[in-house]
Ligand binder design. Structure first.
Ligand SMILES: [Zn+2]
Length: 375
C-alpha cells in the first residue's frame, strides 16, 4: 500500500474567495474585505475621501506586488506558493516548503525590493512630469500629489519590512545570514528573540503614543516569532528520524466480527484511543475514538465494528522521515498506521509523538551545547 500523498494544506481560517495572479492563488481575509467596503464608502463621501481611499487601495496593490515578489523568487528555486492572503495590516505569502538559508535570503529581499522599485518608478515619473521632485511634499503626506504619497508609502513599506524583527522580511534576512554561519536552529532562536524584543518595544511605543495600529502589528510580530521558532524546533527534532522510532508497538486490535460493545470495552480497559480492525494479518480499517462514540450513539452497542470503521486511513512506512509524517498525522482525526508491505507494525499517535518529541528535546540539549563549544 502506498503512503497517502500529503493533503493540500488548509487555508488560513477566515480567508474568502481566491483569485489567481501570475499562477499564485491570492485570497482576501474577510477583515480585508470589510476594510475595502469601508474604503469604497469613504470614497463616495467626497473628493478628499476618494483620494484617501485610492491611496489606501493603491498601497494594498503594492503590498500584493510585494508578496508576489516573494512568491516569484521562491518559484525560481522550485518552491510553490500555497496562497497569498491579504490582511488589513499587510500580506502573507505561504510557501510550500521552507527555503534553505541562501534561498530564504533572496526570497525575503525580493518583497521590499519590489516596493523600492515602485517608489523609484513613481518618483521618476513625477520628476519627468514636473522636471523636479518636491521632496518636502512627498513626505508631508497631506500636501503632496497622490503619486508622491504612494511613492512615500512604498518607501515606508520597504523600510518597515526590513526591520530586523522576525518574522518580518528583515528578520528573515538576519536569520538566513546567521544560518549560513551558526546553523538554522540557532539562527532562528537569535532572530526570534530579536523579533520578540522588537515587538515588545514596538508595542510599548504604540501604547505610549496612542497608536493602536502599531500595538496590533507588534502583537502579530510577537506571535509570528514564537510560532516560527516552534516550527523550526519541531523540524530539528523530527528531521532524519524514522517513523518507526516514534511509533507505538504495543497496541490492541479489533476483529472484524467484534461488536461496538467490544470496542467500547477495549476503549475503557486500555489507554488506547484508536483501534486497527484486522482479519488475521490483514488490516481492514481503523476505528477511531470519535467514530466509535458516534457509532455507539447511532447504532447502539450491538452494531459491528466492520460497519462503523474508517476504510480510508493514513498509512506511513516505518522508514519514512518523521518530519514528513507529522503533517500527515496532523491532518487525520485519529492515529496513523505504520505498515510495511501490508503488514501492520505499529501506530503513530499524536499523544505518543508529543511524548517522543519531549524526550528527544531533553536528550538533544547536551549535544547541542557541546557543538556550540566546539564551534
Ligand atoms: Zn515581505
Amino acid at each position: 500500500m502506498e503512503p497517502r500523498r500529503p493533503v493540500p494544506e488548509p487555508s488560513i481560517p477566515g480567508s474568502l474567495f481566491s483569485i489567481s495572479v501570475l499562477g499564485v492563488p491570492v485570497r482576501f481575509h474577510f477583515t480585508f474585505v470589510l476594510l475595502a467596503v469601508f474604503l469604497v464608502f469613504m470614497g463616495l463621501d467626497g473628493p478628499s475621501g476618494a483620494e484617501a481611499a485610492i491611496y489606501v487601495l493603491s498601497l494594498f496593490g503594492c503590498i500584493l506586488l510585494h508578496e508576489l515578489g516573494h512568491a516569484l523568487v521562491a518559484r525560481r528555486y522550485g518552491i510553490g506558493t500555497h496562497e497569498i492572503v491579504l490582511f488589513p495590516i499587510g500580506g502573507v505569502a505561504r510557501l510550500e516548503r521552507n527555503p534553505r538559508p541562501r534561498e530564504e535570503l533572496w526570497i525575503a529581499l525580493a518583497g521590499p525590493a519590489v516596493n523600492l522599485v515602485i517608489a523609484a518608478g513613481l518618483l521618476g515619473a513625477a520628476a519627468a512630469a514636473s522636471a523636479s521632485v518636491d521632496w518636502e511634499s512627498v513626505f508631508a503626506r497631506r500636501s503632496g500629489s497622490l503619486l508622491g504619497q504612494i511613492a512615500a508609502g512604498n518607501l515606508l513599506l520597504a523600510a518597515f519590512n526590513m526591520l530586523p524583527a522576525f518574522p518580518m522580511d528583515g528578520g528573515r534576512v538576519l536569520r538566513a545570514a546567521l544560518a549560513l554561519r551558526i546553523g538554522e536552529e540557532r539562527a532562528t532562536a537569535v532572530a526570534a528573540r530579536a523579533g520578540r524584543a522588537f515587538a515588545i518595544l514596538m508595542g510599548l511605543f504604540g501604547l505610549i503614543s496612542g497608536n493602536f495600529m502599531l500595538v496590533f502589528v507588534a502583537f502579530f510580530v510577537y506571535l509570528g516569532a514564537a510560532q516560527e521558532s516552534a516550527a523550526v524546533l519541531g523540524r530539528a527534532l523530527t528531521q532524519g528520524v524514522p517513523v518507526k522510532a516514534a511509533m507505538v508497538t504495543d497496541f490492541r486490535t479489533l476483529g472484524h466480527g467484534d461488536s461496538i460493545r467490544d470496542a467500547a470495552n477495549l476503549l475503557l480497559a486500555t489507554s488506547q484511543q484508536d483501534f486497527p480492525v484486522v482479519h488475521g494479518d490483514q488490516v481492514l480499517g481503523l476505528l477511531g475514538r470519535s467514530t466509535l462514540l458516534r457509532a455507539l450513539a447511532q447504532q447502539g452497542p450491538d452494531g459491528y465494528v466492520a460497519g462503523a470503521m474508517d476504510r480510508d486511513y493514513t498509512v506511513l512506512t516505518p522508514g519514512m522521515d518523521l518530519a514528513e509524517a507529522v503533517p500527515l498525522l496532523a491532518a487525520t482525526a485519529s492515529c496513523a498506521l505504520v505498515m510495511d508491505e501490508g503488514r501492520l507494525l505499529g501506530l503513530l499517535t499524536k499523544e505518543n509523538l508529543a511524548e517522543f518529541l519531549m524526550l528527544r528535546r531533553l536528550g538533544m540539549e547536551k549535544p547541542r551545547q557541546q557543538g556550540a563549544m566546539a564551534g
